[in-house]
Design a protein around this ligand. Structure first.
Ligand SMILES: Cc1ncc(C[n+]2csc(CCOP(=O)(O)OP(=O)(O)O)c2C)c(N)n1
Length: 386
């Protein structure tokens, strides 16, 4: 049988050296994404690891936590306990490097795939589960947690985050906002509108675009003719950075520096994190229909972000097999406990769809609610969902 994935698409390979180096006053786009660790976990020539052992172990713990809960949540969906799920596997370094670079007072805005970043900035894991159970409680973020509810509309979190950053600037707060998005989001109006406002207002805002190779079945090469996504920063007059998104230390350094510039009034940054979605787009996607096994195997075997940090920790004498087993056992217990509580929460009634849109529903909403109720009542399933 013909390999349709290879016939239709160029696929997604690690970046080749760029044909040109673009330079503006604020940005340099190196020919390769910035990285601190080579894929085998050894430091790149001439680079010192300045991060403390505590920080590196914290990064690793969070990445393992993400890898474990991601597999468990996909299983929950398969068991019918969540409506859908968007796997994170492969993007742990991009999300953890970004999230751990935040200060507590900074705000994080992520999409449906950014649950790990959200949890590492304080969102209880229960909220991620409730989000995929379609429960309104997912959006009721605890008051001391600076994480906006996960966004399902592509790129919509970007103008939200820019608006909050502008508010911080007007209130003269020394804090910033960080939004995460995917490569497909760069083709949405909200991406351009958000970055344009951010640039004009010099808002304390950082956008990490996780270029994971694919927007469902659309490869990065068909998304845009730009050589990199980072270079789009030039058009908005903001800083741009091109970073190896599977290198948690590189991500942490670049996002932390960008947030610091933002808080200092030096303007926003667009960071392209080159990574790869090792899983399916969502629980209802079959990636074998559009991407080759060889591509997946290459990223899995040679570019796994967990293996990279694990390699460094071993090399630095900070890790061993016994600690690995202890950590996994501990995290599995912790995650099992959270899942048991979250699945006790009943599925919301269909009308909950309308409950938190406006404090006082509009006439249109009242009519839509009645129409939905009538339709469900006349269906075989009655008024319950699913
Ligand atoms: C505004 C909007 N348009 C279309 C969709 C349907 N949709 C869901 S995911 C997706 C692809 C997104 O790709 P990307 O931004 O690269 O993020 P990824 O899923 O790879 O993390 C699309 C088009 C949507 N959710 N929102």
């Amino acid at each position: 049988m013909a390999n349709t994935a290879q016939e239709q698409n160029e696929g997604f390979q690690p970046p080749q050296p760029m044909q040109q180096t673009l330079q503006t006053a604020s940005s340099t786009y190196f020919s390769q994404p910035f990285s601190v660790l080579a894929p085998d976990g050894t430091p790149q020539p001439g680079i010192q690891i300045e991060e403390s052992a505590d920080l590196l172990l914290k990064m690793y713990r969070w990445m393992v936590y993400g890898r474990i809960f991601d597999a468990r949540l996909l299983n929950l969906q398969r068991q019918g306990r969540m409506f859908t799920y968007a796997p994170i596997i492969g993007q742990e370094a991009a999300q953890i490097g970004s999230s751990l670079a935040l200060r507590q007072e900074d705000w994080l805005f992520g999409s449906y795939r950014d649950g790990l970043a959200c949890v590492a900035h304080g969102l209880p894991l229960e909220h991620v589960i409730l989000f995929f159970r379609g429960h309104p409680k997912a959006m009721m973020v605890p008051p001391d947690v600076n994480v906006f509810g996960q966004q399902i509309g592509i790129a919509e979190q970007i103008p939200h985050a820019v608006g909050v950053a502008w508010g911080m600037q007007l209130r003269k707060q020394r804090s910033a906002t960080l939004a995460l998005c995917g490569d497909g989001a760069t083709s949405e109006g909200a991406f351009h509108e958000g970055l344009n406002f951010a640039g004009v207002l010099k808002a304390p805002f950082v956008l990490v675009c996780q270029n994971n190779g694919w927007a469902i079945s659309v490869p990065r090469t068909k998304q845009t003719a730009s050589e990199t996504l980072a270079q789009k920063a030039i058009a908005y007059g903001i800083a741009g950075r091109y970073v190896d998104g599977n290198d948690v230390i590189a991500m942490y350094r670049e996002v932390r520096a960008a947030l610091e510039r933002a808080r200092n009034g030096e303007g926003p940054t667009l960071i392209e994190a080159v990574t790869y979605r090792l899983g399916a787009h969502s629980a209802s996607d079959d990636p074998k229909r559009y991407r080759s096994d060889a591509e997946l195997t290459m990223w899995q075997d040679e570019r796994d972000p967990l293996a990279r940090l694990h390699g460094y920790l071993l090399h630095a004498g900070l890790w061993d097999e016994q600690r690995q087993q202890q950590l996994e056992a501990e995290l599995r217990d912790e995650i099992t406990h959270v899942i048991s509580n979250a699945v006790m929460e009943s599925f919301p009634e269909p009308e909950a769809l309308f409950d938190y849109v406006y404090a006082t529903p509009t006439q249109t909403q009242v009519e839509q609610r009645q129409a939905l109720f009538a339709t469900l009542q006349s269906s075989k399933k009655g008024v319950r969902f699913p």
